[in-house]
Design a protein around this ligand. Structure first.
Ligand SMILES: *Cc1c(COP(=O)(O)O)cnc(C)c1O
Length: 355
């Protein structure tokens, strides 16, 4: 049976990326060696890292003066690296979900944190608007896509201070104006690669501005100087990331990724809004293109487990919502084919006919 995997993360990758990764595990570049067994400092792997960095810059149109780093520790490690490296006195954060909250809690260990807006009052079902960011902060941090709750900021906000963004779950799904950011980071396992690698794009001249001493491994400068090779980087996930970047480029870049994301989201939200059994959980204007959250209407609430089984019988898996939201979440990252979204929509229609 054809499987349609809507997992929120680690999530699906383009089929050819999975196949080429599997091939490299058996025989990397015709060397007769597995990519698992070679030195990260070998010529062959250095070429992979260089290509991954170059493609990052090309596809996202990253200006001169920024470094693309591949690190360990996940996006969660960035929650502390960001304030360690950039927070001298005070930073502004928005509180738009579980991840955003973890980020500002960590920042509080390093200085004053002003939470300028929060949607916690409505279980993070919307993106706060009309807030002001004080001008005396070192940076403004926000989460572009709230993976758990299903809201998204699909633009680069206008503020008068440098920005930092957690783009774990929507990097490479739209063009970004990097000149507004000193740091953009994310775990790779949502939209780029298997888990194990974290990307951080840092503006070089924003580094070394804080007074504190930063441990070597947590200092971005160490990894800029070491070209992401200060210590052993996650070799296999970087290889897969490079393959995904090739795939994005060959498939029309971020403009085309944005078009496909909207097409998938329009199809699924359209059905959620039409179908008498279901409703969306977030404010319409803030709905994520990546993580589409919905629930059964109250009078059909008891059908939740049945719908999950019904979908599973049709090859549609991993649609259970996060425990803090309930209901369903269909994650539709770049690699998600429209046919899989159509399969879910057809399944929802079929289920409606039964009830
Ligand atoms: C998944 C996720 C994280 C956590 O990433 P880890 O790599 O597991 O630390 C952080 N932020 C967002 C927006 C996420 O989706």
């Amino acid at each position: 049976m054809k499987m349609h995997n809507f997992c929120a993360g680690p999530s699906i990758l383009p089929r050819e990326v999975v196949e080429q990764t599997a091939q490299a595990v058996l025989d990397f570049n015709g060397t007769g060696l597995s990519i698992l067994e070679i030195s990260h400092r070998s010529k062959d792997f250095q070429a992979v890292l260089d290509e991954a960095v170059a493609l990052f810059k090309e596809i996202l149109n990253i200006p001169e003066g920024y470094s693309v780093l591949f690190l360990g520790g996940g996006a969660s490690m960035q929650f502390c690296m960001v304030p360690y490296n950039f927070l001298q006195k005070k930073a502004a954060y928005t509180d738009t979900g579980v991840w955003a909250k973890k980020a500002y809690k960590e920042a509080k260990l390093f200085g004053e944190v002003e939470v300028v807006a929060s949607s916690a009052d409505a279980n993070y079902t919307y993106i706060p608007k009309n807030f002001t960011v004080p001008e005396d902060v070192d940076y403004f941090h926000f989460t572009t896509n709230n993976t758990i709750h299903g809201t998204e900021v699909r633009f680069d906000p206008e503020v008068n201070v440098p920005m930092v963004a957690d783009m774990s779950s929507d990097i490479f799904t739209r063009p970004i104006d990097f000149s507004k950011y000193i740091c953009v980071y994310g775990g790779a396992q949502k939209n780029l690669a298997p888990s194990g690698v974290t990307f951080a794009i840092v503006r070089n001249d924003a580094l070394n501005k804080v007074d504190r001493t930063i441990p070597l491994m947590l200092n971005y400068q160490t990894h800029v100087d070491g070209g992401s090779m200060f210590n052993t980087p996650p070799v296999l996930p970087i290889y897969s990331a490079m393959l995904t970047l090739r795939w994005i480029k060959a498939n029309g870049g971020v403009e085309e990724m944005a078009r496909r994301a909207k097409e998938r989201a329009d199809l699924l939200y359209g059905e959620i809004d039409r179908n008498k059994l279901f409703r969306g959980t977030c404010h319409v204007e803030d709905r994520s293109y990546m993580n589409i959250c919905f629930v059964l209407n109250d009078e059909y609430k008891e059908l939740e487990a049945e719908f999950i089984e019904f979908a599973k019988a049709r090859g549609i898996v991993n649609i259970k919502g996060h425990r803090s939201v309930g209901g369903f979440r269909a994650s539709c990252y770049n690699a998600m084919p429209l046919e899989s979204v159509q399969a879910l929509v057809d399944c929802m229609k079929e289920f409606e006919n039964l009830h």
